[in-house]
Design a binder for this molecule. Structure first.
Ligand SMILES: C[S@@+](CC[C@H](N)C(=O)[O-])C[C@H]1O[C@@H](n2cnc3c(N)ncnc32)[C@H](O)[C@@H]1O
Length: 335
């Protein structure tokens, strides 16, 4: 039998540049057309599927609730071990997850493009631009959304997802124009959803009332429901204590479309933890990450309280807009 590194890349959706780097660093012998020995094949397979106890001499941390081994310790794990959150950079966090360990990705990345643009005008969406990166309470780090960085991010999303699963990525109208085509290169884009925030916000050239959500799949999977419209009328969170806190209903709707009980939901840009609350409500497990310590402490407190009391400290009431289809979906508790 002939073994090749391409077999592993295909089997586990490993990003080829990553594997080439690993092969170079570990001086692994690769023959013509990527041929490797049976022993090397097994070593690489174990490494990329996270089935080894030790990687480069460092022990793996086993998330029992998820039955997976990861390379970094979580910042917080719930008592029932179904919710685990990490303080890390999104790409690094995803790289540390085994391949095919996630069922649904629901995420709202920090885009730098929109903020750079607004810097030129007088509008600012989240705190003072000059405060960025200084650890000020109101500001958070940006994710550098160059096409190259974004491609790496999406390739990692693809690798950690199981086959025949869905991904939802939120976009402002500025980042959508440059980055949406990158999504199409990696995933099968199925639709562009519109979150209608009901009330108008800031904006120079028409005031903003919406955000986009790209809905895509890895492989084939039907939606759980045929009665969810593609415009979602949900009011924004007013006076949120974490900048850019999104209503849980936005994430709840994603999961109504794509999750089953005990699915592993992942959000690599956790923010205030709204996606984690939505995952718990949908009876799913959750893996999340954010680079900011403020996000982690905020989300930990929010999740712990929700698990204990079934109340959400940072979103006390429903933000559903006046829309019959939406109300029905939430009232029936059906998808
Ligand atoms: C738009 S907010 C997410 C808001 C969240 N959906 C909510 O409802 O609260 C983006 C988040 O990405 C985080 N972030 C910025 N750069 C990051 C990076 N490189 N890796 C991971 N998280 C990052 C920020 O700290 C911020 O919390």
């Amino acid at each position: 039998m002939v073994y090749t590194i391409q077999d592993i890349q295909e089997k586990l959706s490993v990003v080829s540049e990553d594997m080439e780097k690993y092969v170079r660093q570990n001086k692994i012998k690769v023959g013509k057309d990527g041929a490797i020995s049976a022993k090397t094949y097994q070593t690489l397979l174990n490494f990329y599927s996270g089935e080894n106890d030790v990687v480069n001499g460092k022990p793996l941390y086993v998330l029992n609730g998820h039955k997976i081994a990861v390379k970094t310790k979580p910042f917080f794990e719930s008592k029932d071990q179904r919710v685990s959150i990490f303080q890390d950079d999104a790409i690094n966090f995803l790289k540390n997850l085994p391949a095919a360990s996630v069922d649904v990705i629901i995420t709202d990345p920090a885009y730098s493009g929109m903020n750079q643009k607004l810097k030129l005008g007088s509008g600012k969406i989240i705190g003072k631009y000059s405060d960025a990166g200084k650890g000020h309470a109101k500001w958070f780090e940006e994710f550098h959304d160059t096409e190259e960085n974004y491609k790496t991010f999406l390739q990692e999303c693809f690798r950690v997802m199981k086959n025949n699963r869905h991904i939802y990525i939120m976009f402002d109208s500025y980042s959508l124009l440059t980055l949406a085509p990158v999504v199409r290169d990696i995933f099968e884009v199925k639709n562009l959803l519109c979150w209608d925030k009901v009330n108008i916000g800031l904006g120079h050239y028409f005031r903003r009332r919406h955000e986009f959500i790209m809905f895509a799949s890895k492989g084939k999977r039907p939606l759980n429901s045929k009665s969810i419209p593609d415009v979602w009328k949900i009011k924004r969170v007013s006076q949120s204590q974490y900048p850019t806190q999104k209503p849980t209903e936005v994430f709840e709707l994603m999961l109504k479309g794509s999750a089953e009980k005990d699915f592993v939901v992942c959000d690599p840009f956790l923010g205030s933890g709204s996606s984690a609350i939505a995952a718990i409500k949908a009876k799913c497990k959750f893996l999340g990450c954010d680079i900011s310590e403020k996000s982690l402490s905020f989300s930990k407190e929010r999740v712990e309280q929700f698990l204990k009391t079934n109340t959400d400290k940072y979103q006390k009431s429903s933000l559903l807009g006046d829309d019959e289809a939406m109300t029905k979906l939430f009232m029936n508790g059906k998808s």
